[in-house]
Design a protein around this ligand. Structure first.
Ligand code: PLP
Length: 393
C-alpha cells in the first residue's frame, strides 16, 4: 500500500484507508449494546484489551469511523465525536480541570461557552480569567501563576477576530498549560491547529463538518494521553453521539473539501464587493487586506471561510428591515451549512446585552452576521443589494 500522505479532500471522502471489501459506505450500527460469547470476552473488552465495542455510550463502530477520519484531517492521535459542540467543550473541561485550577480564556468566545464557564465551571471552584483576543499569548507568557488550561476561539464569533494560534501554542507549552481551541469557524480544511502545537482542537460539528444544518454534533481531538481524561469524563457525562447522526456527519464530511472551497470563494467575493458599498460601514472578514489581523490569518489559514459580519449604516429598525427583505438568505441562527443564513447578533445570539458590552465585542445594533453558503455568488450579492435598497427606500 502507498505510504504517500493523502491530501485533505481525499481524507474527507475516504479517510486514510480505502475500503477494499464489504459495503462502500460504513453502515449505521444502530445498537445500544454489543453481545459477547462469554464472560471472559466481555471482561477483556471492558478492560480495553480486544478493541471490541461494549456499549454505545462508550464507543460505536459508526462513530469510530468518523473519529478516525477526523484524526486524519486534524493530524491528531485521538478524536471523540459527541452529541454537540457544547458536549465536546464541557467533557474536555470537566475531564481536565478540577477545583482550585485556573483557566485563561479569550473574551471573544461563543455565548454558550461563556455561559458554561460562568454558570457551571466557575461554580465548581475553578477560576476563569478573561483576556482580550489580541493578548492571549502575552498574558500566558506573563502569567506568574500557572494556568491549567487556556481556551480560545479563532476566527471569533461573530466579528471574525483572529488569534495567533502558534503564538498561543508556544506560550502554553512554555508554561505547561493545556491549550484548547474552538476551531469551528476555521474547519480542518482552512486551519489545522494541532500541527501548530495546540493540544486540543474542538469543533461544533453542527456547522461546517456536518454542513447541511441537519445534525447537532461536536468533536474534540488531541493526543492519546490528554484525550484519555476527556474520554473518561465524556463517558460519565453522557453527551453521546447517536450512530445515525454519526452516519450523517460522515456523509457531510465527504463533501467538506469541495464545500469549503465554495464557502471560501463566495465569502471573499461578497466581502470585497460589500466593502466597496457606501451603505456598509464595515465588513469583518479575515480575507480582506483591511482586516486588522489579515497577516496572521494568511499565515495560519488556507482559506478564510464562509463567515462574515457587516455593520450597516443604519439603526436596528433599518437593519431588521434589511434581514427581513432577504429572499435567498434564511433568517436563522447557526452557521456553516450549504444554505446562506443572516442573523442580527443584538437580536439573537447576543440579545439582552447592554450596548457597552456589545461595543466591547465590536458588535453594534446594526451588525448582521452572514453565514455564506454554497449558492451562486452573484445570486447572493443581488439578494444583499436588494436588501440594502430596501433600507434606503
Ligand atoms: C463557535 C461555536 N462553538 C461552539 C458552539 C456550540 O455548538 P453546538 O450548538 O453544536 O453545541 C457554537 C454554536 O453555535 C459555535 O458557534
Amino acid at each position: 500500500m502507498s505510504t504517500r500522505k493523502r491530501q485533505p479532500s481525499t481524507l474527507c471522502v475516504q479517510g486514510e484507508h480505502t475500503q477494499t471489501s464489504g459495503p462502500a459506505v460504513v453502515p449505521i450500527v444502530q445498537t445500544s449494546t454489543f453481545v459477547f460469547e462469554n464472560q471472559q470476552q466481555l471482561l477483556d473488552s471492558v478492560q480495553g484489551k480486544t478493541g471490541k465495542d461494549v456499549y454505545t455510550r462508550w464507543s460505536n463502530p459508526t462513530t469510530k469511523n468518523v473519529e478516525e477520519k477526523l484524526n486524519a484531517l486534524e493530524g491528531t492521535e485521538d478524536t471523540h465525536v459527541l452529541a454537540s459542540g457544547m458536549a465536546a467543550i464541557s467533557s474536555a473541561i470537566m475531564g481536565l480541570v478540577k477545583s482550585g485550577d485556573r483557566i485563561l480564556s479569550s473574551d471573544s468566545i461563543y455565548g454558550g461557552t461563556l455561559h458554561l464557564f460562568n454558570k457551571i465551571i466557575s461554580q465548581s471552584g475553578v477560576q476563569i480569567d478573561y483576556v482580550d483576543t489580541a493578548e492571549v499569548a502575552d498574558r500566558l507568557a506573563d502569567s506568574g501563576s500557572t494556568y491549567k488550561l487556556c481556551f480560545f476561539e479563532t476566527p471569533t464569533n461573530p466579528t471574525l477576530k483572529i488569534v495567533d494560534i502558534k503564538a498561543v501554542a508556544d506560550a502554553a507549552r512554555a508554561k505547561g498549560t493545556i491549550s484548547m481551541i474552538d476551531s469551528t469557524f476555521g474547519s480542518p480544511i482552512n486551519q489545522r491547529p494541532y500541527e501548530l502545537g495546540i493540544d486540543l482542537v474542538m469543533h461544533s460539528a453542527t456547522k461546517y463538518l456536518g454542513g447541511h444544518s441537519d445534525i447537532i454534533a461536536g468533536t474534540i481531538s488531541g493526543s492519546k494521553e490528554i484525550m484519555a481524561d476527556v474520554r473518561s469524563a465524556a463517558k460519565l457525562l453522557g453527551g453521546t453521539m447517536d450512530p445515525f447522526a454519526s452516519f450523517l456527519l460522515d456523509r457531510g464530511i465527504k463533501t467538506l473539501g469541495v464545500r469549503m472551497e465554495k464557502h471560501n470563494f463566495n465569502a471573499k467575493y461578497l466581502a470585497e464587493k460589500l466593502s466597496n458599498d457606501s451603505r456598509i460601514l464595515r465588513v469583518h472578514y479575515p480575507g480582506l487586506s483591511s482586516h486588522p489581523q489579515h497577516d496572521v490569518a494568511r499565515k495560519q489559514m488556507d482559506g478564510f471561510g464562509g463567515m462574515m459580519s457587516i455593520d450597516l449604516d443604519s439603526d436596528l429598525t433599518g437593519t431588521s428591515k434589511f434581514v427581513d427583505s432577504l429572499e435567498i438568505f434564511l433568517n436563522a441562527v447557526s452557521l456553516g451549512g450549504v444554505e446562506s443564513l443572516a442573523s442580527i447578533p443584538a437580536l439573537s445570539t447576543h440579545y439582552g446585552l447592554e450596548e457597552s458590552a456589545l461595543n466591547e465585542m465590536d458588535i453594534s445594533k446594526s451588525t448582521v452576521r452572514l453565514s455564506i453558503g454554497i449558492e451562486d455568488a452573484v445570486d447572493l450579492l443581488n439578494d444583499l443589494m436588494t436588501g440594502l435598497d430596501v433600507i434606503g427606500s
